[in-house]
Write a protein that binds this ligand. Structure first.
Ligand SMILES: Cc1cc2nc3c(=O)[nH]c(=O)nc-3n(C[C@H](O)[C@H](O)[C@H](O)COP(=O)(O)OP(=O)(O)OC[C@H]3O[C@@H](n4cnc5c(N)ncnc54)[C@H](O)[C@@H]3O)c2cc1C
Length: 387
């Protein structure tokens, strides 16, 4: 039997919990709610305070997730807006900024991107050189960003730029809201090896931002970037190989089982190891959720989990590719060549996964950087030499 949340010190509220009853009747009245309806009801980010969320504690968040799943309703897709830009604006934005940006962002009506990384500033983000200078009532921005996911679709970006070049490098950075249609912004596509256009180069040439687009105070950008990057909602979902999405180790084992298993002893061993790795990660996720539900402040689990989960995703895709053999070179060559997959993960998804997997240990902070965090903050090892 697989362990569930109930096995790790906690159980979710029962069926007659008044919050469930109320939500179920709302879904009966609104069986296919729009993003805006979900946002107004506080269901997109239930842990945010009213009027945008429900001020939900971790148990309440998990309850809302369950009820959304039960109703077959998905939240709007605006990862950077909902996951990162929104929490930072909530934390440090002015009342006008909250009023203007939060609802459309939650509703998925306005898509956001993250203008942080630069050609010379990735892991060492604080080395960024994009400048913003105040000229009257406007900030004039000059510089280049790279790997900007969704810049070609986004209405707004969260932008880090250096406003005080004489200050120590972490202190001279400010945090801005950048409308992506301003004159001087050029977005150039970067097509990755999956053949997909997700990220871009963004050139900012004398872009004039209204003074009111600064978030927080000048020089506060680095601490706000940390708020942005640390934000993680309590969630039980996310076992998929591709940053929580896509097929899991279980799905791969099931696909092999569905074609009668494998007689290759080495492959059997690899599949068993993969399955065990997936279980360890699942227990780690349950432990994190159960700690959050019990009110224990977050520990180093997020960095441990990211480092392990990204590599686990690569392991899943490597085994799937080896199972596919020569068929893995085709755009629809899944792990069980010649045998149609069930509808859950079409073969094309596996092919995409093979090709996307190398990005897992780079995006959102590389595995080496996650290990540095664990080494320094958990194990108390000496810091990286400062450069
Ligand atoms: C799919 C994807 C989507 C992305 N989307 C965005 C986005 O929307 N917005 C955005 O701003 N950025 C985005 N990025 C960029 C991402 O944040 C950077 O790629 C990442 O931070 C690493 O920076 P870098 O590529 O410059 O590599 P570098 O920092 O140059 O690292 C190169 C190598 O050196 C290692 N290294 C660096 N420093 C250390 C150290 N101190 N100790 C040990 N090893 C070290 C790294 O681990 C890596 O192996 C995205 C990246 C990917 C892959």
């Amino acid at each position: 039997m697989q362990p569930t949340l109930a096995h790790v010190d906690t159980a979710l509220p029962p069926d007659d919990d008044p919050r469930r009853i109320e939500l179920r009747s709302w879904f009966e009245a609104n069986p296919t709610p729009s993003g805006r309806q979900l946002a107004r009801r506080g269901l997109v980010a239930p842990h945010w305070p009213a009027p945008w969320g429900l001020g939900a504690d971790p148990t309440h968040q998990l309850l809302v997730d369950e009820e959304l799943r039960r109703a077959g309703v998905r939240r709007p897709d605006n990862t950077i807006g909902i996951g990162w830009a929104g929490p930072t604006i909530l934390h440090a934005g002015s009342d006008e900024q909250k009023e203007r940006y939060l609802l459309p962002l939650l509703a998925g009506d306005e898509i956001w991107c993250q203008l942080f990384s630069e050609p010379g500033a990735g892991s060492d983000l604080a080395s960024l050189t994009t400048r913003a200078e105040l000229d009257g009532d406007e900030w004039v921005v000059q510089g280049q960003k790279v790997w900007t996911s969704y810049a070609h679709r986004a209405e707004f970006g969260i932008l880090l730029a250096r406003t005080d070049p004489d200050a120590p490098k972490h202190q001279g950075i400010s945090y801005f809201i950048c409308p992506m249609d301003l004159p001087g912004i050029t977005v150039r596509p970067l097509v990755d090896m999956t053949g997909t256009h997700t990220f871009n180069e963004v050139f900012l040439d004398e872009v004039r931002l209204p003074r009111s687009n600064l978030v927080g105070d000048p020089g506060q950008g680095w601490s706000l970037a940390k708020v942005t990057l640390a934000n993680e909602r309590v969630s039980l979902s996310g076992a998929g190989a591709l940053w929580g999405m896509g097929p899991t180790a279980d799905d791969l084992v099931a696909a092999v089982r569905a074609v009668g298993g494998t007689a290759d002893p080495l492959m059997r061993q690899r599949l068993a190891a993969l399955w065990a790795e997936g279980e360890i990660l699942r227990l780690l996720r349950l432990r994190t959720v159960s700690a959050a539900v019990a009110g224990v402040p977050p520990g180093p689990e997020a960095s441990v989990r990211k480092a392990l989960a990204d590599e686990h995703g690569q392991h899943i895709m490597a085994v799937a590719r080896d199972l596919a053999g020569a068929a893995g070179m085709l755009s629809d060559g899944g792990p069980t060549p010649g045998v149609p997959q069930d509808a859950t993960w079409p073969d094309a998804m596996w092919t995409y996964g093979f090709l996307f997997a190398p990005a897992l240990t780079i995006g959102g902070g590389t595995s080496e950087v996650q290990r540095n965090i664990v080494a320094e903050r958990t194990l108390g090892l000496p810091h990286d030499p400062q450069v």
